[in-house]
Write a protein that binds this ligand. Sequence first.
Ligand code: ATP
Length: 239
Amino acid sequence: PTPTDELVVSGLSVHYGGVRAVSSVSFTVGPGQCVGIIGANGAGKTSTLKALMGLVPRTAERIQFGDHDLTRVKARDVVRHGIGYVPEGRHVFPGLTVEKNLLLGAYVRAWKGETRSTLGEVFELFPVLGEMRHRLAGALSGGQQQMLAVGRALMSKPRLILLDEPSMGLSPKLIEDILAVLQRLSAAGHALLLVEQNAKLTFEATRTCLVMENGEVAMTGTSAELRDDPRVRQIYLGL
Ligand code: ATP
């Protein structure tokens, strides 16, 4: 990553008709940094990621990634500027092979020659996807489909990856696997913005976190500080 690969978000809001889902949220994700957003169901986490991708109507003082102003940019151009998105619920195409699903992730790229080598990199990161490349995505387990969704995002060569609840619906064992995946992505130099209801996983995977409540940023801090905060322990860790 270059030093300019910083995501700067300021005053981001999302309204659905009269419903305010996100109210003036501000944060930054530095190059190669892992930032978490935790919060209860309905706190506005998914809407925040969708807003960054240009998938829902939003207003903002500033959404900037490196030198690019993303305030008015559409989803495909957000991807072109180096931001990958792994949506909640994975949304793989069950009737297509693993390989076809991955190739769809490269749709914004003009240089077809490089697509093959990127596919090789994804199979290196997730050997199981290489082994199952000719199987239908619908035949994969939930954990494997989550890896496929991450692999598909990697096909656009993102420098920052937005992940929406990758642990959703997975067993504790598979959640451990997801943590390992996040650590591998981070070690490979990707910046991550991780949205999760699973606070324990998020604190392990990130250095910095935001806590969202009712569409607002209720708390921010290092993941270590937040993990020890009495209120966070009670509400988000159930301790
Ligand atoms: P979850 O864990 O369910 O993904 P979340 O923290 O991501 O929750 P959002 O999905 O962003 O929260 O929802 C924030 C608020 O916006 C909620 O009150 C939700 O009901 C509302 N909302 C979300 N999507 C829409 C929509 N398409 N139309 C109207 N209201 C919506």
